[in-house]
Design a protein around this ligand. Sequence first.
Ligand code: SF4
Length: 156
Amino acid sequence: MVVSHCRRRQDLKTNIKSWAQKNSLWLFHVNAASCNGCDIEFVASLTPRYDIERLGAQLVPSPRHADVLVVTGTVNPLMRERLKRIYEQIPEPKYVVALGACAGGGGVMKGCYNVSHGVDKVIPVDLFIPGCPPRPEAIIYGLMKLRDKISGGSHE
Ligand code: SF4
């Protein structure tokens, strides 16, 4: 009886852990040479007005704690190697979001000599959120779509 009770408790702990891993996105943000427009909108999505934390997502201070790397900006040459190094520090499974037009393909900087024309030219990207800058509603919508993709279901 005691053994079965312990096993059920262990199963419950495992289920809760796997549910939390699939449903709560821990985000690490990197500004890879953006104008700060996208960053301000991203920060707004974390503030009480939009409050993405109510949906289980939160900002973390280290890439080693993160599930999702959120990148803004054009990724200039100075940021290329740094971005790769940060990406490598995130434990698997990991996901990358290119936030804004610059991160998506160069945006207003497209054609300039010192931009990478998209985060995907440097590291693999799982989600592009377009806009210059995207509004917090679009950021939250995109991140929840990513969460649904990861968990294999819809939360709508
Ligand atoms: S997409 Fe627009 S707002 Fe975002 S970094 Fe580029 S220029 Fe700035």
